[in-house]
Design a protein around this ligand. Sequence first.
Ligand code: ACO
Length: 431
Amino acid sequence: MTDPEKTATLSYDGKSFDLPVYSPTAGPDVIDIRKLYADAGVFTYDPGFTSTASCDSTITYIDGGAGVLLHRGYPIDQLASKSHYLEVCYLLLYGELPTAAQLEDFETRVTRHTMIHEQMHNFFRGFRRDAHPMATMVGVVGAMSAFYHDSTDINDPWQREVASIRLIAKMPTIAAMAYKYSIGQPFNYPRNDLDYAANFLHMCFAVPAEKYEVNPILSRAMDRIFILHADHEQNASTSTVRLASSSGANPFACIAAGIACLWGPAHGGANQACLEMLKEIGSVDRIPEFIARAKDKDDPFRLMGFGHRVYKNFDPRAKVMKQSADEVLDLLGIEDNPLLQVAKELERIALQDEYFADKKLFPNVDFYSGIILEAMGFPTSMFTPIFALSRTVGWISQWKEMIGDPQMKIGRPRQLYLGETQRDYIDVENR
Ligand code: ACO
């Protein structure tokens, strides 16, 4: 990995320091600054980690300029069109596409873990009915540490494996239960005769009073949404999972931390915010007003579903998602969907606008996903939980990679301190 031909030299305070350079298999070279503080007594400064590689990884590669997203080397559009979610899970977790026998074994293992401990049902009942399903998920996933003691020892590879399978298997059950609880309907137990996506739709939409048949077209679209969100390199929630687990915390607590981070509107919460924005815009003639607001420096409003820290050309997931939105609406016979009209026109106008072109702002994965999910019958509050359940495999794969790395250290960033220097305490009567 170290490239002996290349070194970086930093000059500071009259001295120069040679820093090793690593050449990745793809992407920009990386300068190793780990010894900088010991050798030069200085820190580097990079709030928001815009130029900092926090780890090495072999899972996902993004070329933001070219709009490339690869999982273990395979392009996302090929995976979305040819593979299915559990196969992608296997690929992310173990590094290679499975053989037919490996896939069957993996699917059986996941399927056998879909139920949650019966006593966990009481946890759901402790929440207010109007709790956001993300709030419920953060709590219930964290509570898994209290139920699955036989898979919390991170030093035991077998326990790590069991925790991984449990999280992938139970997350749809937990998300669906959070939804059912919020609308006052009875929970549905998982059905192991259905595939992963179809079972999730069943748990969300079946009611005891009626027979529910999963529409295979919708379950395929659901599966594709899961694939498109499965992993995304060292984003905010994944880095949160890594940082939380660097202290040795158990996997359920770490994934709960990831869910909490994902919830924010600048990250996974953008899909809910985007659909709410499209509804607020309401009709094509109001688009210029919202574009003007997005460009106004004094207005905090941003076009939700637009922009990305890494993609500066296009988000390859958004391309597949847009195509999926067209297909799903078409198959459901939803013609002239006003939200889709607004979304398409908003995208067209924004892409022609100098402000968005200059800042390289393009629709991201969240721009179209909400339209599909709403057409399927999900309320906006379920959009981010669906993202969380899809991303669980990415968090788990990155967690496993990190725990298995002998170089693992607790994450401990430093700071540029700008506060008061030492001063003496003053008694309250003298202040
Ligand atoms: N609408 C209007 N202006 C925007 C937008 C937007 N959606 N996104 C960025 N900008 C502008 C900023 O105001 C800033 O302008 P300035 O340089 O004049 O100050 C510039 O573009 C750069 O923006 P930053 O916030 O510095 O870029 P950063 O890489 O930190 O943020 C982010 C990326 C958070 C995704 C941002 O584009 C955003 O808030 N988008 C809307 C929310 C969203 O869709 N998030 C989902 C991301 S994808 C995901 O998590 C799955």
